[in-house]
Design a protein around this ligand. Structure first.
Ligand code: EPU
Length: 338
C-alpha cells in the first residue's frame, strides 16, 4: 500500500519518556489540513493513536496504529476582564514551558502543575494534577478535532467528563479526539494553593508566597521525589491512587493503620497506591530491566534496555501482589500504544 505523503516511519524511542523501543508510521499534525487527512485515513479503516509528549504511554515495538503527532504551537491571551485572564495554548506546546511562560507574562495560577512532563494537549486527557491542584480547576475550554466526524468542536469544561486522572478524551480512546488547543481561566486574585504537606512546610513559602516561589518549590519537591525521565526512563505514577467505598476503607484502616487515605467528595476514600506497593515489597525492587523506583514506589522505571513486555510483566506482578495482600485492584495510569 502506498503511504500518504505526510506519513513517515519513525523511531519513537526518544518520543516516550519510558524510553521503550518503538517504530511506527507517524503523521505530523501542524494544521487543520493534517487533521482532515487523519480523519480520511481513519475513515478508510486505519487505526489511529494521538500522541502528545509520550509521558503517559507504554509503546509496543511495532505498533499497528498510525501515530498522529501533534505539533501545533502558540500561546496567546484571548481576553481579560476584571476577574481573570483567559489564556489559550496550542496542543503541541510543552506543558512545563507553558506554565513558565504564563508566570513570565504575569498570568499566575498553574504553578502547582510545574514540571509535569508532556504537552498542553495531553494535559486534559488525563486531567493532570499535582500538589493540591487539578487541571479542571483552571480549565476554560478545549478545542478538539473529532476524528471520526472530521470537524472541530469547542468543548466547555462540563462537556469534558473530568474525573480524577480521567476525562471523556481518555475514556473514548486515543483514536477519537485530537486536542488542538486548551483554554485556561486564571483568576486575577491570586491565592497560593499550599494544602499539600510538602508545600505547607516549605521554608521558601512561609510568609508571603509569590507565584514564582510556589513554582520553584514545586519544581524542587518534584526533583527530590520523582526521577527525571531524561536520566531514568519513567512515566510518572504508573497506577492511579485507588478510590474505595467507605466500608472497605474502614476495614483497611483497622488492619493497616499506617495506610494514607484521603476523603473524596463522593464519600469514597482515595488510598495511597505508593504505600500499598511499598508494603507489598516492591519499592526499589527490580524485575528484569525494569523496577519500581527506590524513592517513590508508584513510579515504574526503565533501568535500561526494557521493552513493553517487561513493563507489563512488572506492572502485572505488582498488581497481583497488592491485590493478594490488600484486596485492592490497582489500575494502570499510562495508556498502551499497540
Ligand atoms: N508513599 C509511600 N511510599 C512510596 C510512595 C508514597 O508510603 O513509595 C506514601 C507517602 O508517604 C504519602 C502518600 O503515599 O503519604 C502519597 O505520596 P505522594 O505525596 O508522593 O503522592 P502520590 O499519591 O504517590 C500523587 C500523584 C502524582 C503527584 C503527587 C503530588 C497520582 C497517581 N499520583 O502521587 O502525580 O505528583 O500526588 O500531588 O495521583 C502522576 O500522576 O504521574 C504523578 C506523578
Amino acid at each position: 500500500m502506498r503511504m500518504a505523503p505526510d506519513i513517515t516511519e519513525q523511531d519513537l524511542r526518544s518520543s516516550n519518556t519510558l524510553g521503550l523501543p518503538a517504530r511506527a508510521a507517524v503523521l505530523r499534525i501542524r494544521d487543520e489540513a493534517h487533521a482532515l487527512a487523519l480523519s480520511a485515513l481513519a475513515d478508510a479503516g486505519r487505526e489511529v493513536f494521538v500522541l502528545g509528549g509520550g509521558s503517559n504511554v507504554v509503546m509496543r515495538e511495532r505498533p499497528r496504529h498510525l501515530v498522529a503527532r501533534v505539533e501545533l504551537r502558540g500561546v496567546r491571551l484571548l481576553r481579560e476582564d476584571d476577574e481573570a485572564w483567559e489564556v489559550e495554548a496550542a496542543a503541541g506546546e510543552s506543558w512545563h514551558a507553558f506554565v513558565d511562560e504564563c508566570l513570565r507574562r504575569g498570568w499566575p495560577g498553574l504553578e502547582n502543575l510545574a514540571l509535569i512532563p508532556g504537552t498542553v494537549g495531553a494535559a486534559p486527557v488525563q486531567n493532570i494534577g499535582a500538589y493540591g491542584l487539578e487541571l479542571d480547576q483552571r480549565l476554560a475550554g478545549v478545542t478538539a478535532w473529532d476524528i471520526p466526524a472530521g470537524r472541530r468542536v469547542d468543548l466547555a469544561p462540563g462537556d469534558c467528563g473530568f474525573a480524577y486522572r480521567d476525562s471523556l478524551f481518555k475514556r473514548m480512546g486515543a483514536g477519537r479526539w485530537l486536542i488542538l488547543a486548551v483554554r485556561f481561566r486564571l483568576p486575577k486574585t491570586w491565592r497560593p494553593v499550599l494544602d499539600y504537606p510538602d508545600l505547607r512546610s516549605h521554608p521558601a513559602l512561609a510568609g508571603a508566597a509569590t507565584p514564582r516561589a510556589v513554582f520553584d518549590a514545586v519544581c524542587a519537591v518534584r526533583r527530590r521525589k520523582l526521577p527525571d525521565p531524561a536520566v531514568l526512563g519513567n512515566a510518572g505514577s504508573f497506577f492511579k491512587n485507588p478510590v474505595v467505598p467507605a466500608a472497605v476503607a474502614e476495614d483497611l484502616r483497622a488492619r493497616f493503620p499506617g495506610l494514607p487515605m484521603y476523603a473524596q467528595a463522593d464519600g469514597g476514600l482515595k488510598l495511597a497506591a505508593g504505600w500499598l506497593i511499598e508494603q507489598a515489597g516492591w519499592k526499589g525492587r527490580r524485575l528484569g530491566p525494569v523496577g519500581m523506583h527506590e524513592r517513590q514506589a508508584l513510579v515504574l522505571v526503565n533501568h535500561g534496555g526494557a521493552a513493553a513486555d517487561d513493563v507489563l510483566r512488572l506492572s502485572e506482578a505488582v498488581r497481583e501482589d497488592v491485590l493478594a495482600r490488600f484486596g485492592v485492584a490497582l489500575e494502570r495510569e499510562p495508556v498502551l500504544l499497540d
